[in-house]
Design a protein around this ligand. Structure first.
Ligand SMILES: *[C@@H]1O[C@H](CO)[C@@H](O)[C@H](O)[C@H]1NC(C)=O
Ligand SMILES: *[C@@H]1O[C@H](CO)[C@@H](O)[C@H](O)[C@H]1NC(C)=O
Ligand SMILES: *[C@@H]1O[C@H](CO)[C@@H](O)[C@H](O)[C@H]1NC(C)=O
Ligand SMILES: *[C@@H]1O[C@H](CO)[C@@H](O)[C@H](O)[C@H]1NC(C)=O
Ligand SMILES: *[C@@H]1O[C@H](CO)[C@@H](O)[C@H](O)[C@H]1NC(C)=O
Ligand SMILES: *[C@@H]1O[C@H](CO)[C@@H](O)[C@H](O)[C@H]1NC(C)=O
Length: 389
């Protein structure tokens, strides 16, 4: 999902508003404070975030763009980080090896060297992904290039697209992202809307009958070699990416029926993956490794998109409750945020856990309409918050 994460930047960059004066620190929102701490890991040499991997860095970048889109204080930081990362990251495209366990979980190994007996991955070719241009059109061109790379990939026996270039697995995340990119481009490239929309609709038609969406409206991890639902873990990010994709598809077609499925999945996921206080969890917690720590934020980010297309009080409560819980129970004195959003704060916090929690704080800030959604840092420290019951 590495390249596709970077695609999301396109929409964000295009939606940045005018630069405003910085707000005083005393009035910083929780999301701004969390961003400050995230940036302690930002490495301007690599354009990536130390302590985390390649696709996670795409998510860090996306979070900054998303916050800048609703909070003008953050725009100068976003501009600086985007222009650095778009140039530097391609020079440090990290070699990673991902392995599917027998229970269909993904294990990631960081290069450049790998455990014996493991075949090193092919050298990553960042072809077309990054070039020397900073303007928005080039970001969009990059997204179109990535889309074409996927579109031209060999077919799978199950339909849809492969997860990997070695063709070992057909799974939900790659297919949801492909759908999402197609739908986003349909709304952003008027000259080729027909082409992107047709691809996205085909992908949608395939996805809903692929077997990955189970009878509870939850999405399992992927398909078996016989093209059946593999009953793999119901991860939060697989319930999330589809929400943004369906919201875009609804906009592109003017057909709101896509939002029915989105609402069904969102509600099923909130019910299945929340604790009794309404706080989101993934089954891996607290040992979610390098990838799983990122997932919940992806759900929140896409729920925020769905909220705009199909507003729901339940979603608003959920976003605010999760943001408030993170701030109250999952934070240390530096404003580092960790993996278990209901708390307690567990080591280690890193750029993956931080950016994921940041996504939730951004969603909370967004549904409250910017600064007015400030979760009241001071009062939160003084008294326990009331969570959604
Ligand atoms: C913080 O914001 C409030 C409300 O907008 C304002 O009244 C107050 O003066 C601000 N505080 C500082 C330190 O700027
Ligand atoms: C920043 O990234 C560069 C390039 O990967 C690396 O050599 C350097 O050690 C990193 N800096 C820190 C503080 O990790
Ligand atoms: C539309 O997409 C096709 C296929 O990727 C490409 O060949 C063509 O140049 C695109 N046209 C425009 C106007 O972007
Ligand atoms: C998944 O679970 C369903 C229902 O329990 C079962 O019918 C199906 O055979 C299982 N599939 C696999 C691949 O284990
Ligand atoms: C809207 O989309 C749904 C789902 O693909 C489809 O069944 C329905 O026919 C569409 N309605 C219109 C008016 O195109
Ligand atoms: C980031 O922190 C999480 C949660 O503590 C941990 O599982 C993961 O391994 C860490 N990532 C790295 C690359 O150390």
């Amino acid at each position: 999902m590495l390249s596709l994460s970077f695609f999301r930047l396109v929409s964000v960059v295009l939606s940045l508003g005018p630069i405003a004066l910085s707000a005083p620190v005393a009035n910083s929102t929780e999301a701004e404070l969390a961003l400050n701490f995230l940036q302690t890991w930002y490495n301007s040499t690599s354009g990536l975030w130390d302590t985390t991997g390649w696709w996670n860095s795409g998510n860090c970048l996306t979070a900054i763009g998303d916050l800048a889109a609703i909070d003008s204080t953050v725009v100068p930081t976003a501009q600086q980080v985007f222009s650095t990362t778009i140039v530097q990251a391609q020079k440090y495209n990290l070699q990673q090896l991902k392995v599917i366990t027998p229970t269909f979980n993904i294990q990631t190994f960081q290069g450049p060297s790998f455990p014996d007996a493991m075949e090193a991955p092919a050298v990553v070719n960042p072809r077309g992904f990054l070039n020397g241009y900073y303007d928005d059109e080039q970001y969009l061109q990059t997204a179109m290039d990535i889309f074409n790379d996927i579109k031209n990939s060999p077919a799978t026996p199950c339909g849809g697209i492969w997860w990997d270039k070695k063709h070992t697995y057909v799974n939900a995340i790659a297919n949801e992202l492909y759908l999402s990119v197609g739908a986003h481009l349909a709304n952003r490239v008027p000259a080729n809307k027909t082409f992107y929309l047709a691809t996205a609709q085909n992908q949608y038609n395939w996805f809903v009958q692929s077997g990955m969406v189970n009878s509870k409206n939850l999405i399992n991890d992927g398909l078996t070699t016989a093209c059946k639902n593999n009953n793999g873990t119901v991860w939060s990010y697989n319930q999330g990416v589809i929400l943004g994709a369906l919201s875009e598809l609804s906009t592109a077609t003017g057909n709101s029926s896509y939002l029915t499925l989105a609402n069904n999945i969102a509600n099923a996921a909130i019910t299945a993956l929340s604790d009794s206080n309404g706080i989101l969890h993934d089954p891996c917690e607290p040992n979610c490794g390098g990838d799983g720590t990122q997932f919940k934020g992806i759900f929140m980010r896409n729920l925020q998109v769905l909220q705009k297309a199909a507003p729901s009080d339940r979603y608003v409560k959920f976003m605010v409750s999760n943001g408030a819980s993170i701030w109250a129970y999952d934070r240390d004195s530096r404003n580092a945020l960790s993996v278990v959003w209901s708390g307690p704060f567990v080591q280690t916090a890193n750029a993956s856990t931080q950016s994921s929690a940041l996504d939730a704080l951004i969603a909370a800030q967004a549904v409250g309409g910017g600064k007015t959604a400030n979760l009241a840092i001071a009062s939160r420290r003084a008294k326990p918050i009331v969570l959604e019951g």
